[in-house]
Design a protein around this ligand. Structure first.
Ligand SMILES: CN(C)C(=N)NCCC[C@H](N)C(=O)O
Length: 265
């Protein structure tokens, strides 16, 4: 099934502030390289037959390229993001406006949440991260608005500040994850829910290998995550490695650049 993704070209990308441990403003980042790498990701989706829509980037919002944080869209309903840090605050309304202008039903969130960065949608449930960005109360708010059960998971390592830095959906029923990013209780929940999960190594997690996008057959993954790629191939997934090293300087990977639009309006 082709998917529909929303992406934002990194025309204003830079590392201008530090709101996660990956960001080193003094080291800078090369915008041209970032754009080239991002184009490679977009092409990979299009070659797989997925549809990509674009939102215009806004000058002064260097992290807007990380579209996954802009909202959570399930069944054509859009639960808007409310960012934890003021540096990204204007992104939430910009993404919500994009959807409203296209006729989607939208909900302005009352609680801090960073969209698909912390909400991952499976067939029957939505997995939701908390600990660094998204307020656990937002899990309840999203559940009420979207009418899907939301399972809260606690993140404990600041390098893995969003759920999608530590876990991705292989399909609607199974996931890959890095256990050490989660509290003991959340690890037990994950073990119980996903006995057949792919367990990632520290090496894979440290190159944001878990920040991957799967359509159930093909997995678009950071090229440096070599153990993970081997395991995915062993399980008969088609692996599509992409190079996004420049965007990683802001703490993002393929999934961060990709907001899935589930269900059309
Ligand atoms: C995994 N996803 C969506 C992300 N992790 N997003 C990247 C956000 C990076 C940004 N500098 C920030 O710290 O918010």
């Amino acid at each position: 099934m082709p998917k529909h993704f929303l992406m934002c070209r990194p025309d204003y990308f830079t590392v201008a502030y530090k709101i996660n441990p990956w960001m080193h403003p003094e080291a800078g980042a090369d915008r041209d390289v970032a754009v080239r790498q991002w184009e490679g990701l977009k092409s990979a989706y299009e070659e797989l037959g997925h549809r990509v829509s674009l939102i215009d980037p806004i000058d002064g919002l260097p992290d807007m390229v990380f579209a996954a944080n802009g909202a959570l869209v399930v069944g054509g309903r859009v639960y808007g993001a409310r960012f934890a840090y003021p540096q990204r605050g204007a992104e939430g309304p910009a993404y919500l406006r994009w959807f409203a202008e296209r006729g989607y039903e939208t909900h302005e969130a009352r609680h801090v949440n960073e969209g698909e960065g912390d909400f991952l949608t499976l067939d029957e449930v939505i997995l939701a991260g908390t600990g660094f960005r998204t307020d656990v109360v937002a899990h309840q708010e999203a559940q009420e608005y979207l009418g899907r059960p939301v399972i809260s998971l606690s993140l404990v390592d600041p390098r893995f500040y969003h759920l999608d830095t530590a876990l991705f959906a292989l399909d609607g029923r199974n996931v890959a994850y890095y256990p050490e990013a989660f509290s003991a209780g959340s690890r037990a929940v994950l073990r119980r829910m996903f006995p057949d999960a792919v367990i990632a190594t520290a090496e894979d997690a440290e190159v944001l290998g878990l920040n991957a996008v799967s359509d159930g057959t093909n997995v678009v993954v950071n090229s440096e995550a070599s153990n993970l790629q081997l395991e995915l191939k062993r399980r008969r997934y088609e692996v599509i490695p992409v190079e996004l090293s420049e965007l990683r300087k802001a703490g993002g990977g393929p999934k961060c650049c990709t907001l899935e639009i589930r269900g059309e309006n």
